[in-house]
Design a protein around this ligand. Structure first.
Ligand code: LLP
Length: 417
């Protein structure tokens, strides 16, 4: 559930008419809802209840400082994959002691900074990384807290680009090797083995793959215990899907109770790293129709948002709902439109074959755009990146100014004369 609903014919973001926000801040415009972010965070937090747990929001989904700050105020931890994400968490008032560092390519400087600020744990993804982390921690005279990201070889049954828990994926350490690598980690002097981690993919709409992975990890944890390697926490990653169209992903509550049931008597702190299920439906992208272009083959509506603003449709053929900001009169005839951006690529589309009643100048809202929307935006075709606004009840806050041309070229220079 989210707080983007119609009042009469007009779409509202919490208590604010979206057309007024579009006039005030311009388009393309990302609008987030604070109440929705909080609601989604609480769904996880409540679901895990009294069981020791930490929700580490996956910063990659939406790393705007205001989004991170809203979650930090709820007590959220953060899953990061770069030092840039770490600095964002710190700048947003996040607690470094609740930060988990994932990712296959951590560099020595990134490790150093994370150790310096005292993060909770590194999710180590290879044996080479384990050795590098041991060296870096040793050079600082500290012990690095580690989990191994175990690749459990389960099929997440999602888009191949966002499936991460199969043998052939680059992520994690094969479950067949995991015991050996844990023994190695336990023997390294500057590492402190704390947890077991996995993340099998994103936009999962069924709990079976999660539970299959969990079963494998629990076998591993029990075997490690027999060898005197005690695991304090189990990090199940993110991946819970959201409803873009007619998907019916498990609710965080249902998922959590299945997980808790399987943990049984084990004294394990549970960590989860949700990104999409917290942020996606807490955001919309508002765009304006620039031109209608009927052709022999198709009706195009050329809108002012493009693949540089929202890449998911182009990259994954992802489907996101596109709705009018002000509903047209009921008797206005609809037509099937391809909504395309101004970028010079045939793959630049936001939606295809959508039944809409459109006129030049109309505003449209792309739903479920709060995750992997702005975060994946670029300057392709030298377009300035969009503005971002947070709706909070009857107040709106500009949380990222629309980029200017001067900002876009700030780091560039021409050759000397
Ligand atoms: N933890 C790790 C280690 C991850 O790699 C990811 C996402 C998450 C947590 C959060 O997963 P979520 O709860 O959001 O599913 N750009 C793609 C999604 C890529 C996901 C990458 N990893 C998309 O737009 O669909």
């Amino acid at each position: 559930m989210d707080y983007f609903n119609y009042q009469g014919d007009t779409l509202f973001a919490e208590e604010l008419p979206v057309n007024e926000l579009a006039e005030q801040y311009g388009t393309p415009l990302y609008i987030y809802s604070r109440a929705t972010l909080e609601r989604h965070y609480k769904a996880y937090d409540d679901a895990l209840g009294a069981h020791p747990h930490l929700i580490c929001y996956a910063v990659k989904a939406n790393s705007n400082l205001a989004v991170l700050n809203v979650l930090a105020r709820q007590g959220s931890g953060f899953d990061i994959v770069s030092v840039g994400e770490l600095e964002r968490v710190l700048a947003a008032g996040g607690d470094p002691a609740k930060v988990i560092f994932s990712g296959v390519g951590k560099q020595p400087d990134e490790m150093r900074r994370a150790l310096q600020v005292g993060i909770k744990c590194f999710n180590v993804e290879s044996e080479a990384e384990l050795e590098r982390l041991n060296d870096v921690a040793g050079s600082m005279g500290v012990k690095a807290p580690v989990s191994l990201r175990v690749n459990p070889d389960v099929d997440a049954k999602t888009h191949p680009y966002i499936s991460t828990g199969l043998k052939e994926n680059k992520f994690g350490i094969s479950i067949d090797r995991a015991e050996d690598v844990y023994r190695k980690a336990a023997a390294l002097p500057h590492l402190d083995v704390r947890g077991v981690d996995c993340h099998i993919g994103s936009q999962l709409t069924d709990s079976t793959p999660f539970l299959d992975a969990l079963d494998r990890l629990l076998v591993l944890i029990d075997r490690l215990a027999e060898q005197g390697i005690t695991i304090d926490h189990l990090d199940l990653g993110g991946g819970l899907g959201v409803r873009y169209d007619d998907e019916t992903p498990p609710e965080p509550g249902d998922y959590a109770s299945l997980v808790l049931e399987r943990l049984g008597e084990r004294q394990l702190t549970l960590i989860m790293e949700p990104g999409r299920s917290i942020a996606a439906n807490a955001g919309i992208l508002v765009t304006r129709v620039e031109y209608l272009k009927p052709t022999e083959a198709k009706n195009f509506a050329i809108v002012d948002a493009a693949m540089n603003d929202l890449l998911r449709p182009s990259l994954y053929s992802a489907w996101q709902a596109i709705i009018p900001v002000v509903k047209p009169a009921a008797d206005k005839e609809t037509q099937s439109y391809d909504l395309v951006g101004p970028i010079c690529e045939t793959g630049d589309f936001i939606g295809k074959d959508r039944e809409l009643a459109l006129e030049q100048g109309d505003l449209l809202a792309v739903r479920s755009a709060g995750a992997y929307g702005f975060a994946m935006s670029s300057n392709y075709n030298s377009r300035n990146r969009a503005a971002e606004v947070m709706a909070d009840g009857s107040q709106s806050y500009l949380v990222r100014r629309r980029e200017t041309f001067a900002q876009q070229i700030a780091g560039e220079s021409v050759l000397p004369g």
